[in-house]
Each structure stands twice: as structure tokens, then as C-alpha cells.
Design a protein around this ligand. Structure first.
Ligand code: PGA
Length: 241
């Protein structure tokens, strides 16, 4: 898997700000060493989907001439299929917008929206049915109950992201040795899967995380300013920090 750097806007940005962010980030020539993905609010997914679809690929390289390949991710999905579920955005609606990844079970969803491991498993089923890759977020406490709620056939098609709630929203990531310990534990359930990490990742610490053999990182606070997000990607690529 190419190292995935996913920008999670959470509940930030008006449409005009989200549009500006995409203009700045997509104008930057990243190397193909990383995959960049962005998860804006649901109401901005269509705007992003349109803008990303209209980039012109270079005929020879098949890559966009003016921007890197940026994939689109959603922050959440309904645990229910199409139907009478007022306010819910279902997986078919996401796939219609070319969404590649969807976060599920983020600690903020578990904490503020009271999502349980079985709610998360229901969302995973909905996503896999339409071909979207779920990125299941796990704190240390979530690992055992969450894997118990996912059978092997579901696990095999998901990505996992270790997100210690106490390390979210700051400037220092969890200690690399702690990240390694927990990602090894996740690997004991999903041995062949690269595991991601999220929690205060920024341009200062991403290079140190590179040494851990992670599959990618989730970046929220440090993604909101497009220049800081670009600096974080560059720090990863060039191994600086
Ligand atoms: P943070 O958030 O980068 O602000 O720590 C990460 C996340 O919760 O996805």
C-alpha cells in the first residue's frame, strides 16, 4: 500500500474555505510516494468530487498535469441501507460521488454519538457492499470489542487506524514506542494489513512516524491550514522533522 495521508476536516470549513483549500493543495506537485486523501464534511463531498473529476490527466503519465492524485474520503456513513432514515447519508450515495475511503468508529463518533462496535460493524458492511474501503479507527480499549464484532471476511477488506483519544488535537503525537506496541496488537488481528496512526500528526513529527512502518496517517488539526498540510506531506516524503 502506498503511504496514505488523509486530511480529516472534522466539522470545520465553510464551502468557500473548503474550495480554497482544495485549490491550494491540488496545485502542489507531490511525488507519487504518498497517496493524499481528503475527508471534508458530507455537504462538501459533491463539490470535491466535481473538482477532482475535472482535473485533466497527462496523456503520457496518466497523472494530473496540475495536481497530485487526491482521493476522496467520507467521515462517516449510515449503518442503514437506502430507505426511510431521516438525516442519514448511505453508502450508495457516497459511492456515487467516487468516495474511496470512509472513516468509521472515530473516537469522536464513539464518544459524542455513542457508537458501539456493532454500529461500526454495520457501517463496515454497508461500505464493503458498495466497494468503499472502511478505515476503522481504534483506541486501545476499542481493539478487542471491535474485532469481536467483525468477522474475518469483513476484517480482511478494512484498513485500521490507531487513534489514542488523549493524543488527538495537540501538537505531539503519541510516543513512537507506544504506537508500535498498539499497532502490533492490531496486527495480531489483521496480520497482513498496514495500520495507520492518527493523533497530533504534523510536519514536526511525521518523519519520526515514518520509521514505524505504518500504512498511513490521519491528520486533522494540521490539515486545516493547506500550507501546513503540504508541509506535513513534504516532511514525510523528505524524511525531515
Ligand atoms: P488531530 O486529529 O490530527 O487533530 O490530532 C486526528 C483525528 O482525530 O483524526
Amino acid at each position: 500500500m502506498t503511504f496514505l495521508i488523509l486530511a480529516n476536516f472534522k466539522s470545520h470549513k465553510l464551502a468557500s474555505e473548503a474550495k480554497k483549500w482544495l485549490e491550494i493543495v491540488s496545485a502542489h506537485p507531490f511525488l507519487s510516494e504518498v497517496e493524499v486523501s481528503v475527508a471534508p464534511s458530507h455537504i462538501h463531498l459533491e463539490l470535491f468530487s466535481d473538482k477532482l473529476a475535472h482535473r485533466q490527466p497527462d496523456v503520457q503519465t496518466r497523472r494530473s498535469t496540475d495536481s497530485p492524485d487526491i482521493s476522496l474520503a467520507a467521515q462517516d456513513v449510515s449503518p442503514f441501507p437506502v430507505g426511510s432514515y431521516t438525516g442519514a447519508v448511505n453508502a450508495s450515495q457516497l459511492v456515487d460521488l467516487d468516495i474511496k475511503y470512509c472513516l468509521v468508529g472515530h473516537s469522536e463518533r464513539r464518544r459524542y454519538f455513542h457508537e458501539t462496535p456493532s454500529d461500526v460493524a454495520a457501517k463496515v458492511r454497508q461500505l464493503l457492499d458498495v466497494g468503499i474501503t472502511p478505515i476503522i479507527c481504534l483506541s486501545t480499549e476499542d481493539i478487542t470489542p471491535q474485532f469481536a464484532a467483525l468477522d474475518d471476511s469483513l476484517r480482511a477488506r478494512c484498513l485500521f487506524c490507531y487513534e489514542p483519544p488523549g493524543d488527538i488535537g495537540g501538537t505531539e503525537s503519541a510516543a513512537p514506542e507506544d504506537i508500535k506496541k498498539v499497532t502490533d496488537r492490531i496486527h495480531s488481528y489483521a496480520p497482513t494489513h498496514p495500520v495507520m496512526y492518527g493523533g497530533s500528526v504534523n510536519e514536526q513529527n511525521v518523519a519520526a512516524l515514518r520509521l514505524l512502518g505504518l500504512g498511513g496517517v490521519l491528520v486533522a488539526t494540521a490539515c486545516l491550514d493547506p500550507k501546513q498540510f503540504i508541509a506535513t506531506i513534504e516532511a514525510y516524503i523528505h524524511g525531515k522533522g
